[in-house]
Design a protein around this ligand. Sequence first.
Ligand SMILES: [Zn+2]
Length: 299
Amino acid sequence: MRALLLLLIFISLVFSMDLRKVRDNLYMAQGVNQLPSKENRGFMSNAYGLLTKEGWIVVDALSNPELAREFIKELKKIKDAPILYVIITHYHMDHWFGASAFKEAGAKIIAHRNLKEFYDSGEADMVLEGVKKSFPGVFDNVRPVPPDVVVDSRVKLRVGKKKIEIIPMTPAHTNTDLVVFVDGMLFTGDLTANERIPFMGDRNVYSKGWVEVLDRMIRLRPKLVLSGHGDPGGVEVIKWTRDYLVFVREKVRRLKDEGLFVDEIREALKDTPYKKYPMYDVFHLRNVYSVFNELDMEL
Ligand SMILES: [Zn+2]
């Protein structure tokens, strides 16, 4: 009996989704800096809940409906108010694949128009089949759902007295990126990462455009930058990400101009000052490869 009790306590400690209060009326579920696994249950990205007088606005839907339901449960513990909207920052699995649970909870889903195309074309189902195989046990209950509202230009969403700006920022990290700007808070999805190596390996990545949208985001002068992974921070989070992107682009371009092949460039850029940051081992060399290919197209 005691063993069972200890086991239950252990399970609840491992699996509890403690929300972090970022500031008044803003809460986050903060995932770990890892790839999805059975152990982390795909909880490796952030989701945010913003409480308004009318109800909750959520940014990003986590990796699967199980995690999304836990997040909803925790939000309702803070305030038992309706979940009005969930805004999806881009089509990656860890930001979108929990959306069906929000839909069941009555929320309207808002996303970039290209995400709807990704869904309509059947590509989302193909990606889902792929990640089910790559990360067994994490995505089994995922059912991709299309957005109820699509965005392809800057729009203002009115919720009571609050004006929430939704601004597409594409193409950059993907071709479905958008940011959410409200009361000085900028929700950036994976366009920024607070001292964490960003992923530049999506097939729709466009690092040149990504640097440009980061400049646009700096000009918005946000007070608080809330990324899809890692800790909240100030405008320096945007600058840090920009510095890394520019660093990779310039290094790859120089070595390419010197006539090096991609494998030689990868070898030359294996060790960089960014090596100490999370996800370097997972993403950095893929980023180099991806930028190499992109620079081919820019010629
Ligand atoms: Zn992403």
